[in-house]
Design a protein. Sequence first.
Length: 275
Amino acid sequence: MIKHRQEGARLLGAWLLLGAALLSAPCPAVADESKWLEPAIAAYTQGMESTERDERLRHFSDSERFFTAACQAGKGSADCWTNLGNAALQAERLGPAILAFRRALLLDPGNDRARQNLVHARSLLADWVPVPQARSVFDTFFTWQAGASPSARADWAAGFFALAAALLSLALVRELTAARYLALASGLAWLALVVSLQLDGVGRGGLEGVIVVAETPGRAADSINAPLRFGENLPSGAEIRILEDRGGWLHVELYNGRDAWISESAVARVDGADD
């Protein structure tokens, strides 16, 4: 019995060290956004109260600028990005608006306000511009992940880890087979959650972008002298998949399968890696 307890203690200690190493990986710092939020909200309110178009656009542009500063302080929150999208939409800047709503949903896939506003923003694009119709593979790989924020999944991971450690200790000390299987199931659930959190920064949004420059030509090759790929230039707000990055040019694919080469400066990545 003593031998089993000693073995259980050693394995439990190893399990705890492994979990601590994986869960203690540095997370992006969340900086104080408050100093930017007050002027952002004030400018947005002024825009809503303005009756002259030029004045409205000026106030909403100021609000967008302040919300941008707030969101970029520690990468912001889903609500911050949603507010930024609303300001950009009111400022008639469709590309930055769609980008902001996509970033909000990257942080919080269940954010109804961001999702509804994204649908509205996409409806303002020209009819010929294709938009995503289905979730990406990383959004559907784990069905439970689609509506859970990273912070919620981190809490679940901590709970499953604690449960697995307790069950493993019980299984080794008391020699309970059922507890051993339950510990294994809890450990697998914990591991799946840790993997999904790691994928957030790699798979979701990492290869997707939004065109933020009006009238972006799509070309047949990575050269300014290459013939145009489409009959019309791509508008700000068009969403693309990034296939290849080659020295200032991006090989991209639209959501109808057609591809083209466009200038890298015309695109902002959804995951913010190019900010």
